[in-house]
Design a protein around this ligand. Sequence first.
Ligand SMILES: [Zn+2]
Length: 344
Amino acid sequence: MAIFPVPILSRGFVDRDEASRLDPRRVIHLRRSSRARYVLLSGEALAARGESGLEFVGAEEALARSFDVDAAYYLGTAQETPYFAIDLTDTFGTDANRAYPEAQIGGFRWCALVAFGNLWPELDAALATEALAICNAWRQQRFCEKCGEPLRVLESGWIAVCSRGHPTYPRTDAAVIMAIFDDADRVLLAQNARWPGTRHSILAGFVEAGEPLEKAVRREVAEEVGIEVGAVEYFGSQPWPFPRSLMLGFFGHTSQSEVDIVADHREIARAGFYTRQEVIAAARAGEITLPRRTSIAAAMLTHWLGSGDSAGNPAGDSAGSATGGVTGGLEAASAEEIMSLFSW
Ligand SMILES: [Zn+2]
């Protein structure tokens, strides 16, 4: 089984500490302890120190600023520090989202996870991802899906109940994202009809109700570009809390090629197969814009770009693998340069 790199937002480890979650008195104590650290959110932006990481706030400062620490969601512990998230959207508004990648509002520097996540320490990126996910979940899930009554989020933030006691948990939407390779180990890149400029990426789509992941991969590729996918191989996953997706990455193989592509023109404007050299040359020339560095698409493409030789051939013995080898590397482009080709 191939070993694939872990996507950026999936790297840091936070112990979600279920034992404390289930003990409301313990969570109340942890919220006010001197060790507690708060992750601050406003809209989808996080209080941060630019490239160096999140701007954590202690309980004392949070209380001094009149932040509602009793409504903070418990993210778990890391390095013996309990972390919480406070949703300050009602205080600071959503202007921070509009000033991408960052904005100065109310004495804080608000930064976008997608722009800074790959620069922050792994733990900060993981905490920011979890904080965004839980805040987005409860902003969207306000009513019980069984009876329609308003929901009340309980102590730690990971369950809400209505007045009749029906429990609701934060929802995650599964989405597949797939790098499809042809017999010449070229990758299928497409331009979404809604994307401005020259942005290209691999294909992606939501998993439908009652659908296995592998079939979702094949269905989405067939629907969007008319290509039949054979073998698929799991790459890894990354939460993408905008607002509540979990991206499940797959490598897939097709024995079809350009002549078989039928872009649906509803979601996909154009699509084609590219060698490693062609991807790098087109990105360098500005003919295509590659995905953001924080995305799982970037993790999948950089892995593939680094796994072949400078002639664009797969490294090592790629027989039976949808992805080629994992050794070798492009002589023409260093790992750093490959990453620099992706969007900020
Ligand atoms: Zn209910």
